[in-house]
Design a protein around this ligand. Structure first.
Ligand code: SAM
Length: 434
């Protein structure tokens, strides 16, 4: 490419709301007004679910998508705050402002750069080529600076980046989580080996990157491939978990447990799920795919605020998530009424059914691949009166809803939620009744 053509390309890249938008590709819709993004997502949901509802004779419509909203100052701190009902601030022309800074988890891969430096940023869409990112409009303030600081600290300690193509080198990734309703942050560095040169000096340099860093962990992933995390994690500085707050509950999250990326919309998602549960005194709530116990505990806490005591059982196959969930039950004073089990959710329900256990309400929040026919049959065997299905992939959810219809459930409500503005991604909360 000629210099002039390169200049033209650089200018083109630099216009638009983000200088690396075209090469990164993470926010393909960043240039589209927010209300248009929401309308497009609504249309996509109508197209995806419309045929299914017709075929099954379901009359529930699709609620309007809940987009990200700016709330009045101090609204969240008010007692009884409801993320679905509180007043929204709009721009002067009455439109929703474009969301920024909503991703509270940020990550970078590393690759070798010139003279012992480490390249960091984002993989360009569909490749493993790193696009350097000085800032990122959708990440929480301060997150990208911490990640870039990890690259500088590694270089000054002589820790080389891992080179994927030859499977040599050391530092592979860094992941930072910034608290939303806390001033804490947690940094996890992923290396190919446990032993790093000048490890102590490196950890000291990482600790100095931000006063918010309350937990610094090292995860070891020696295996080639795309999986970011490996099997071994050690806490190198600070506490073993970071604290955050959602819907009036305090949650402690360890470095490898699942915790949602967009906390503002997580409150919306969870609030919709809690409404769908419609819990009554003495109900048994089974929270499957429960991660750190967040959905079930938020539901139990809200029921308690309304004078309703429920029994909560959470199931999750990641043992770190279950350790967090037990801790979270204690922190929120809900341990007397809850238990958490590290097990495959399907095996747990089959066993529970064979022992005659009773479930009133089932919550499920599977990964993108959705659930399985075995899970759905096992869910039917514990016979909950309601099922609340939270999904990060409506395509697999639509498939699973059809399977739930076959075992006697019908949809009563479906609400899309915008967890990832500027992308085509949509999450949904579906409520099913027998
Ligand atoms: C989308 S996350 C949801 C976590 C949690 N509900 C939340 O909102 O933070 C899905 C979780 O399902 C867990 N998981 C995946 N397959 C599972 C299975 N077969 N049995 C139990 N848990 C599973 C994953 O480890 C992950 O924590």
């Amino acid at each position: 490419m000629s210099t002039r053509a390169q200049d033209r390309a650089a200018r083109k890249r630099a216009t638009g709301p983000c200088p690396i938008m075209r090469s990164c590709g993470g926010c393909a819709w960043l240039g589209m007004p927010y209300h248009k993004q929401l309308a497009r997502k609504q249309d996509a949901m109508a197209e995806l679910f419309g045929g299914l509802f017709g075929r099954l004779g379901w009359h529930a419509g699709i609620d309007p998508i809940v987009g990200m909203r700016m709330l009045e100052d101090g609204a969240r701190e008010r007692p009884g705050f409801n993320p679905l009902a509180d007043a929204v601030v709009t721009t002067q022309d009455g439109k929703l402002p474009a969301p920024r800074g909503f991703r509270h988890k940020a990550a970078t891969p590393f690759a070798p750069g010139p003279k012992g430096s480490l390249r960091c940023g984002f993989f360009a869409r569909g490749t493993h080529t790193i696009v350097e990112a000085p800032t990122c409009a959708v990440e929480a303030p301060g997150a990208r600076e911490i990640l870039r600081g990890v690259a500088r600290a590694a270089q000054s300690c002589g820790i080389p980046a891992y080179a994927e193509d030859v499977q040599r080198g050391m530092l592979r990734h860094a992941i930072v989580r910034m608290g939303w309703r806390s001033d804490e942050a947690m940094l996890t560095v992923v290396s190919a080996h446990r032993d790093l040169p000048r490890l102590e000096a490196f950890i000291q340099a990482l600790s100095e990157l931000s006063p918010r860093l309350s937990c610094i962990a090292q995860n070891v992933n020696p295996r080639p491939g795309n999986a970011i995390l490996g099997p071994e994690t050690s806490i190198r500085a600070g506490s073993p978990r970071m604290r955050d707050r959602l819907l009036g509950c305090t949650f402690e999250i360890s470095p490898t447990a699942f915790y949602q990326t967009n906390p503002q919309q997580t409150e919306v998602l969870y609030q919709l799920a809690i409404e769908g549960m419609d819990l009554h005194e003495g109900d048994v709530l089974l929270d499957t795919y429960c991660g750190s116990g967040t959905i079930g505990l938020a539901a139990a806490q809200q029921a308690r605020e309304h004078g309703v005591a429920i029994r909560l059982v959470g199931v999750e196959r990641n043992a770190a998530g279950i350790d967090d969930a037990r801790e979270n039950a204690l922190v929120n004073d809900l341990s007397d009424q809850s238990s958490f089990i590290a097990e495959d959710a399907t095996s747990f329900m089959l066993r529970a059914a064979s022992e005659g256990a009773h479930v009133d309400v089932l919550a499920m929040d599977p990964p993108r691949a959705g659930s399985t026919p075995e899970f759905i049959r096992a869910a039917a065997s514990v016979a909950p009166r309601r099922i609340v299905y939270i999904s990060c992939n409506p395509v697999t959810q639509a498939r699973d809803l059809e399977a739930f219809a076959e075992v006697g459930y019908r949809l009563s409500r479906l609400t899309p939620v915008d967890m990832f503005p500027h992308t085509d991604h949509v999450e949904t909360v579906a409520t099913l009744e027998r």
